[in-house]
Design a protein around this ligand. Structure first.
Ligand code: NI
Length: 396
């Protein structure tokens, strides 16, 4: 059965490549994935799945109900591209000016369609349900959050969810896993320190927000060193300071822009509160007012350890333990985190690195490309994970 699984998936290769290249040539930005969603919907219908479109604007969900009862497993792909110009001369380079699939989401879509093709040709072997989630706007739009709010994890209720991202830092033919916290919460904040303008030579008649902002920056940095357990990680960075117009004017206000990165929701809330507290205290000590605005980004991505071990063991059956790599966590962010807040699951990486083929460029590089061997490879890994989770024993 093992060989026939690989062979069966290998037969899809040209079809997978064509789908991926079509999407690659016509990239669409977040919430504008109209043509991509149409292509996804057409194939899912052809495969005989129950299809819902227009979720979170352009999202698509497909459902395969197995002939025997069992659990429900979901897999997810993101569909959006990036607002940037593709620099390489590959024949399937982007035909849309200023838009490019530089994060491999085109491959994610093709891989999930391959999994749909595989299982829909063997519906009698499926027990339980398989749900395919194609979401818009992973790149900053939080499409995943809206998909969850619109109920994609219900009816039937999802017992586990899996998602993957192509990953240039590990070689083609390998899978990367991370058992618990894998990616950070990434939030933004803006602070306005509001003083009173006046002449530089008469500071006693003004309230100098530049001096207060200087103190505040130093105070904010004490939060990480004094309020965070040294065995945990967090970052506060002030990335922008804006205030003042001339050497002899004390301005009315200074604005600070910063980011908070944390790896647990409790620390995230604690540090958010602490940033405001320190701002309030510092502003008060100078007799000033302040404004504090905190914008939540994606939450911490926390993999379920048991589901991650399932990914590792299912993939290892196809590629051997030595090709399943334990990756450390990263302070990047992913909106797959929203699904994992509601259902156990795991987010893993599919290696695409291949120096011989020139596949060496990082995400969001204008030269980014994938080793297309990852298309059948990714299909096989998802098939194995679903097989193991639903207990189908297709790949024994
Ligand atoms: Ni991405």
């Amino acid at each position: 059965m093992k060989n026939s699984l690989k062979e069966k998936i290998e037969e899809m290769r040209d079809w997978l490549v064509e789908i991926r290249r079509t999407i690659h040539m016509y990239p669409e930005l977040g919430f504008e994935e109209v043509e991509t969603a149409k292509l996804v919907g057409i194939w899912l219908e052809k495969f005989g799945l129950e299809v819902k479109t227009g979720i979170a604007k352009t999202g698509v969900v497909g459902l395969l109900r197995g002939e025997r009862p069992g659990k429900t497993v979901a897999i997810r792909a993101d569909m959006d591209a990036l607002p940037m110009e593709e620099a390489s001369q590959i024949p399937y380079a982007s035909k849309i000016k200023g838009k490019m699939h530089a994060c491999g989401h085109d491959a994610h879509v093709a891989i999930l369609l391959g999994v749909a093709k595989f299982f829909s040709s063997n519906p009698e072997q499926v027990k339980g349900n398989i749900k395919w989630i194609f979401q818009p706007a992973e790149e900053g739009g939080g499409g995943g959050r809206i998909m969850v709010e619109e109920g994609v994890l219900e009816n039937p209720k999802v017992d586990a969810i899996f998602g993957a991202h192509v990953y240039p830092q590990i070689p083609i033919g390998t899978v990367g896993i991370c058992e618990r916290e894998a990616l950070a919460a990434a939030d933004r904040f803006t602070i306005k320190v509001m003083g009173k303008s006046g002449h530089a030579a008469s500071p006693h008649l003004a309230k100098d927000p530049i001096l207060a902002a200087g103190h505040l920056i130093t105070q904010l940095h004490s939060i990480i060193s004094r309020n965070v357990n040294p065995l945990e990680s967090a970052v506060i960075t002030i990335g922008k300071v804006q205030g003042g117009t001339a050497f002899n004017i004390i301005p009315d206000e200074v604005e600070l822009l910063g980011t908070l990165r944390t790896l647990s929701s409790s620390l995230r809330e604690a540090l958010k509160a602490r940033i405001e507290e320190v701002t309030r205290g510092t502003a008060r000590s100078f007799g000033m007012d302040y404004q504090f605005n905190f914008e939540y980004g994606y939450p911490v991505l926390v993999n379920d350890p048991e589901m991650t071990r399932l990914v590792a063991s299912a993939c290892a059956k196809g590629i051997g333990d030595e090709h399943v790599k334990n990756l450390g966590l990263s302070l990047g962010a992913e909106d797959f985190a929203y699904y994992l807040e509601k259902a156990p699951g795991s987010f893993f990486r599919l290696g695409i690195g291949n120096e011989a083929k020139g596949i060496v460029h990082p995400y969001h590089s204008s030269l980014f490309d994938i080793d297309e061997d990852v298309l059948p490879f990714g299909v096989e890994m998802f098939v194995r994970i679903i097989d193991q989770f639903l207990g189908l024993e297709l790949t024994k």
